[in-house]
Design a protein around this ligand. Structure first.
Ligand SMILES: Cc1cc2nc3c(=O)[nH]c(=O)nc-3n(C[C@H](O)[C@H](O)[C@H](O)COP(=O)(O)OP(=O)(O)OC[C@H]3O[C@@H](n4cnc5c(N)ncnc54)[C@H](O)[C@@H]3O)c2cc1C
Length: 449
């Protein structure tokens, strides 16, 4: 295999993992990151922000041999705990027994991935370097140093953009003829808050769970951190009746929480400070194609497919990009033009599918998890799947616990919807949901749909 000189813009989650993959293959890799080194500088004001890591992510981490290390800093979340307005709790397992999604620290994981990449002496990461442009024919990329305020042009054999949803590399690709691109900001934004630990370091709510306060058009969620705290995120429309715009000051924010999330507010002693200091951030969906140019420049992760966070799959799908990139390297060897073409052809339908699935899961999380009919449907599906694993895997499990392509999971999920719509119309279902009759009905519907 020919060793290439590779430039990567962005040492976020995907860029650092990709550098580790290329480093392992012996390529000469230089990564340029806009921010300072998070291992020595506080990022995001030192707030702990976490993410849900699931099977696709684990597989990609396995590929560079660091999943065991990541597991040490991850908390399994076996179920959703739903908090009703009156504080009553209900529960929904995520998968089969022992199946969990894992809460990990974004900063902790990113730092670990950078260290893993830099274990290879052929990988170097440079910080405070903002990518400004890319010349797709050379190829070369230009970087502005925040320290020296100088611009330098780096030539290499290949340039990869893993510089996130507002990628500079993608901005350069967009200038090409017949380039398709869309950027859609959804009507909801988010604000992060926190629940501190008890004095003894334990968690104030069930630790191994993802907590949700579903409230129709908006919701609050909380994921556990190893230090006993929870990171909470309020998802709320920017404008309209229930919106950030309609919460103009701290007094109205407290009133809003007292009305809708009083049990959570009781656990938030730093609410006032955090509400004022933490920003309201936007959520964007990016779709574009192609993802590469002339076998020399390519984009991965959020740079090519940013999605909303409601399926917990943004990072996982970006990590899966790295798994597929490794498969493509094995398949195509030194033919990078065919490799990158094959990569984008295979990944694009899957990226589109998870973008759609993630929006759909927002409705499920904020609205349906509080709905008894929805919970009944989930119980029927889980029972049927346990008895007929060869015939049924719930959509959530296909996306989260399997490696089935997202595009296939979406298609199968649509077929399951049609079946379950009919099942849910059956009279007296609540009393016989676990009966032989319902099981047989599903078997016959499966044969016909
Ligand atoms: C609120 C929220 C919750 C989420 N929760 C989950 C979850 O539970 N599970 C999950 O799988 N995903 C989740 N995601 C999605 C996940 O955060 C992203 O999909 C993931 O971070 C994408 O990784 P990336 O490396 O492609 O981009 P990023 O993480 O955005 O990294 C891009 C990197 O490039 C750098 N950069 C940017 N511009 C330049 C430039 N011009 N030059 C050089 N460097 C540059 C940035 O500083 C950054 O380090 C969530 C997202 C949000 C917003």
């Amino acid at each position: 295999m020919e060793k290439k000189k590779i430039t990567i813009a962005g040492a976020g989650l995907v860029g650092s993992l990709l550098a580790a993959y290329f480093g392992k293959k012996g390529h000469q890799v230089e990564v340029y990151e806009r921010r300072p080194d998070m291992r020595t500088t506080l990022i995001d004001g030192g707030r702990s922000i976490n993410l849900a890591l699931s099977n696709r992510g684990w597989k990609a981490l396995d590929g560079v041999g660091i999943s065991e290390e990541v597991r040490k800093m991850a908390i399994p979340m076996y179920r959703r705990v739903m908090h009703a307005t009156d504080g009553a709790l209900s529960f929904q397992p995520y998968g089969k027994e022992n199946e969990a999604i894992y809460s990990v620290s974004r900063g902790g994981l990113n730092a670990l991935l950078m260290r893993e990449a830099e274990k290879h002496e052929n990988v170097q990461i440079f910080f405070n370097q903002r990518c400004e442009d890319v010349n797709t024919s050379a190829p070369s990329a230009t970087f502005f140093s925040e320290e020296t305020e100088k611009i330098k042009e780096i030539e290499s054999d290949l340039v990869f953009g893993t510089d996130g949803a507002f990628s500079a590399i993608r901005t350069a690709l967009i200038k090409n003829d017949r380039y398709n691109y869309s950027q859609h900001f959804i009507e909801h934004g988010y604000k992060e808050l926190s629940i501190p630990a008890n004095a003894d370091g334990s968690h104030k709510m069930e630790r191994e769970a993802l907590h949700i306060w579903p409230r129709g058009n908006f919701m609050l969620i909380a994921l556990p951190n190893p230090d006993g705290t929870f990171t909470c995120t309020l998802f709320l429309a920017h404008e309209g009746e229930y919106s950030f715009e309609n919460i103009p000051n701290l007094a109205s924010a407290r009133k809003f929480f007292e009305t809708h999330f009083s049990d959570a507010l009781n656990l938030m002693p730093h609410f006032d400070k955090e509400w004022v200091e933490n920003p309201v951030s936007s959520l964007v969906i990016i779709r574009c194609f192609p993802w590469s140019k002339d076998g020399k420049v390519a984009i991965l992760g959020d740079a090519s497919h940013a999605i909303v966070p409601f399926y917990g799959q943004g990072m996982n799908s970006g990590f899966e990009d790295c798994t597929v990139m490794a498969e493509m390297m094995a398949k195509h060897g030194d033919d990078w033009e065919s490799l990158l073409k094959d990569f984008e052809q295979q990944r694009k339908p899957d990226a589109d599918a998870i973008a759609d699935l993630a929006m759909r899961n927002f409705v499920e999380m904020r609205d349906l998890t509080g709905n008894p009919e929805f919970l009944l449907r989930k119980k029927i599906e889980a029972r049927f799947a346990a008895r007929h694993p060869d015939k049924w895997m719930p959509l959530y499990s296909m996306v989260t616990f399997s490696h089935i392509r997202y595009s296939e999971a979406l298609k199968e999920g649509q077929r399951q919807d049609k079946i379950m719509e009919e099942v849910m119309m059956i009279d007296g279902l609540a009393d016989k949901w676990d009966s032989e009759e319902i099981e047989q009905k599903m078997i016959s519907l499966l044969a016909s749909k």
